[in-house]
Design a protein around this ligand. Structure first.
Ligand code: SF4
Length: 308
């Protein structure tokens, strides 16, 4: 299979079927540093919008993938950080839609939607999936560890304004963390906020993949399921608890398992050695951990994975 610098997958996704990932930032370039981030700690925390990777190269790779009869259910802007920080992400969405005919999804933390240019670019996508994990400014600071220029109120206002303008599908992923935002009071605050944004769908997720901070724990499945009726519209649980989901990932899982049986590795090492995008690696190690085939240990703040 051809190797691209800015595309990864298609990877199986519960929400998007087979999804071709487009990565528009260097590793962990984000204006948040969420305690649950599956990509590890943010290395470049910034609110600066610029062309982090050359748009021409991304369009060339997309064009090549489409020409070689690339097939996917969605083309998804997601990857190593916050895609809306890339100043030309709208151009990438436009090109992908027009050239491939495949629907495009934008996965964003929604923090820059107060900016009219960002809203105009985001509105070119078929689906925009926002994330929400805090119902108050204090919780926002603790969970998302935002860049100092971001305020909770501005972020929420930006999301609401976008909803008023956007005619495509707006999904809201609510990230629940056991013992962090899981009290009834916090759930009610998040649910109220979620309702005020008027998304088409609300999806409950939790930290089923190894998070940035080892003190973060997933919310048990049955607890998540008890919350669905508190949301408007009624939420659905999309956390990948099941061990038999995604049978097509077998080959990659076996390779990672074989590698870890030889020596402990970090997710970054696995990604470098196997040439897999960190997002893909995170998905595979998440499943291997859930099925107790591997274990994680922390050494100097870096999670290492081992297979007994
Ligand atoms: S979870 Fe998303 S928004 Fe949060 S730090 Fe990671 S990439 Fe940024």
């Amino acid at each position: 299979m051809k190797k691209y610098n800015h595309l990864f997958g298609p990877v199986p996704s519960r929400r998007f079927g087979r999804s071709l990932g487009v990565d528009l930032t260097p590793h962990k370039t984000c204006n948040f540093d969420c305690i649950f981030c599956q990509l590890g700690k943010t290395t470049i925390k910034t609110v600066e919008r610029r062309e982090y990777v050359p748009t021409g190269e991304v369009l060339e790779e997309l064009g090549d993938w489409i020409e070689s009869s690339g097939e996917a259910d969605y083309i998804t802007l997601a990857g190593s950080g916050e895609p809306t920080l890339h100043s030309k992400f709208g151009k990438v969405i436009e090109f992908a839609r027009e050239t491939s005919g495949i629907p495009v999804a934008l996965l964003t933390n929604g923090t820059l939607l107060g900016n009219a240019d960002v809203r105009a670019a985001a509105s070119k996508a078929n689906v925009v999936k926002l994330s929400l994990s805090a119902g108050t400014p204090d919780s926002f600071k603790y969970i998302n560890r935002p860049h100092p220029d971001l305020s909770f109120e501005q972020v929420v206002d930006g999301m609401k304004t976008f909803r008023e303008e956007f005619t495509g599908k707006l999904w809201l992923e609510v990230f629940m963390l056991w013992g962090v935002n899981s009290t009834q009071k916090e759930v009610s605050q998040i649910a109220e906020l979620a309702k005020s944004i008027h998304p088409d769908r609300i999806q409950l997720n939790t930290a089923v993949r190894p998070p940035a901070e080892s003190f973060v724990h997933p919310m048990p499945k049955e607890k998540l399921e008890q919350l669905v009726d508190q949301f408007t519209p009624k939420a659905e649980v999309i956390a990948e608890f099941s061990s038999d989901f995604f049978p097509s990932t077998q080959a990659n899982e076996e390779t990672i398992l074989a590698m870890l049986q030889r020596r402990p590795c970090t997710a970054k090492e696995i990604s470098t050695v196997l040439g897999l995008h960190p997002n893909e690696v995170s998905k595979y190690i998440g499943k291997l951990e859930r099925t107790n085939q591997i274990q994680s240990t922390s050494a100097k703040g870096n999670p290492y994975y081992t297979a007994p």
